[in-house]
Design a protein around this ligand. Structure first.
Ligand SMILES: Nc1ncnc2c1ncn2[C@@H]1O[C@H](COP(=O)(O)OP(=O)(O)OP(=O)(O)O)[C@@H](O)[C@H]1O
Length: 268
């Protein structure tokens, strides 16, 4: 179980809290989509879970272990259990696809081996099998910088598979992909949930995707949870709460008819 207890985060120099005493309990095997307008605190929430950002207050507990109470060594080890996919993939662009996938186990690999690239035969076999699962085995030797966005995200998913995590965190993993590719990537992520029972927490900008794939939706507004229920309960009123009109520029970002949310001017 993943538990956030009173998590608060305020960035240096900012007046308002990015997260304001957030409490959240996620049971094993849940697929949670986190929705909210731009700046609501979605990334901060995801990043505070594995301490890519340090919360200012509160506690994160994963399977009975307090992540917030861990020292650097313990944190490295727990991160081996927690996979992460990002909007911009976070891959090593000049390295091969295979090397990137093997890098998924760096957190659990003795440091000297990861430094000199001395991968074992077993590492390669496992990485190739992960690539097969996302349909990219033939591209194993290709440099990552030569791949399309969708292929890069599938490499990132293969890297997560290699890591064999029990928890997958995603910070807008489909935001930079076109609609068709985004759907394909979501299908792979859903596969991790359905076939392996991995607990998943993803930030998404796309309400339709959240409804289609998640088992639970958490809405964040100005650093606070304003919705937490099943996708079926997410109606128009709830969407208005999660996506209030921008007071400063008066743009109502919610287009209920098209069932999609424009999160910033660039998306329009
Ligand atoms: N490194 C930072 N330094 C200062 N302020 C930050 C930093 N990161 C985020 N913030 C602020 O914290 C608030 C929440 O940001 P966060 O990135 O968590 O929101 P978000 O919902 O993920 O937004 P988006 O959908 O645009 O990515 C925003 O007001 C943002 O400007």
């Amino acid at each position: 179980m993943l538990e956030l207890k009173g998590i608060s985060k305020r960035y240096a120099g900012e007046k308002t809290f990015a997260l304001n005493r957030v409490d959240l309990r996620i049971m094993p095997g849940e697929f949670v989509a986190v929705l909210g307008r731009s700046g609501a605190g979605k990334s901060s929430l995801i990043r505070c879970i594995n301490r890519l950002e340090e919360p200012d207050a509160g506690e994160v507990v994963w399977n009975g272990q307090s992540i917030t109470g861990m020292n650097a060594r313990e944190l490295r080890s727990i991160r081996g259990e927690i996979g992460m996919v990002f909007q911009h993939f976070n891959l090593l662009p000049r390295m091969s696809v295979l090397t990137n996938v093997i890098a998924g186990s760096f957190a659990v690999m003795p440091r000297w081996r990861s430094l000199i690239g001395a991968f074992t035969r077993e590492d390669r076999t496992r990485a190739l099998s992960a690539l097969r699962e996302v349909g990219l085995e033939e591209l194993a030797k290709r440099r990552v910088e030569d791949l399309s966005g969708g292929q890069k995200q599938r490499v990132a998913i293969a890297r997560v598979l290699m890591q064999q995590p029990t928890l997958l965190l995603g910070d807008e993993p489909i935001s930079s992909l076109d609609a068709v590719t985004a759907k394909r990537v979501m299908t792979y992520i859903a596969g991790l949930h359905i076939e392996r029972g991995i607990t998943i927490v993803l930030n998404l900008h796309d309400v339709a995707m959240a409804r289609a794939y998640a088992t639970r939706i958490v809405g964040i507004t100005a650093g606070c949870i304003t919705f937490d229920d099943t996708p079926e309960q997410l109606g128009e009123d709830e969407l208005r709460l999660i996506y209030p009109p921008d007071e400063e520029d008066g743009i109502n970002i919610l287009n209920l008819e098209r069932n999609e949310v424009h999160v910033s001017r660039e998306y329009n």
